[in-house]
Design a binder for this molecule. Sequence first.
Ligand code: ZN
Length: 349
Amino acid sequence: MFECPFCGRRLGTIKNHFPVCKKMDSGDVDPVVFGYECLYGVDFEFFQREYVGAQKGLKTLVRECGVPYKVLRFLVESYGLLRDVGDAVRLQNEKNKEYFLSEYGVENPFQIPEVVSRIRDKRDVQRAQEEARRTLQLRYGVDNPFQIPEVKDRIQNDEQLKSKRARGQRRAFARKTQKDWDERSEKTRQTNKDRYGVDNPFQIPRVVEKNHADEAMGKRRKTMERIGLWKSDEERSDYERYVSEVRKHTRKNRKRVFVGWDGLCFYERCTLVTNEEFVKTHPGESPARNPMRPTIDHKVSVIRGFKTGISAERIGGIGNLCVCSQRVNSQKNYRNMVEFMEVIGHVEG
Ligand SMILES: [Zn+2]
């Protein structure tokens, strides 16, 4: 809303009003120019001084005196003072130079080290993105992974499943928790009352509490011994030490196993599928679901080595390593676990 400085009428747009304002007498000056000068309190002298003399830009003047950019530009143009583009650019460049010199001590932002490294980082990211796009285009003929039909379907299914299941689970959990809580607190209260004659567990003397905990621990251990899950500390730590020793040697030798590898599973003699190939033939699936991925295996198992006293260095040595499929490896691992139970004497072997 503007108020006309001559007749006082309040108007949404004022430019069209000035030429028809009954109270305005602009003489031989363009009524719009005269109107704006009066409305914002600027005149030819002002522009001579600030725009031409001090070489300020229009945007600077907007900031300094709050006159809208369009009005400033209209007035400057009307006075015939508007700089041509070349002059404006040169002026701006000079100002930038001044600014960078005073702020950073250089004439050009490309001389500021942080700016240079930021630009480089940005280029690296761009290059990586382009690379990824090219790969997608080559493999699936799309620009965006979400355009791959399998990926699209999977995401949609996952989302639906997740939201439906999560809602149900949340509700069920809330109901169950409340019920459990009610039952448990009632039971606890009753137990405390019966055993210690108090309502609240904090009223039980500490010593009573501790004895009770020890007793529970003993009970748990007896149960574990009975079902064959208890391992003594010696049994556990000896084997664990051996395993980590074997791992160390295996890590050292794993690269050499793949040198001259024929691409087949050592046990089944079938062709293995690298994760890279798997991703190509199973778009959108995680390589973790690739049962035929090559893995390193110990021909004489770690547990057998431990049992028969073979050194960890030999078990993790290149002569004992081979490449087999993940499927075979996990079967072997299962057998090894059974053997482990035999070793520590809890399963009749
Ligand atoms: Zn008016």
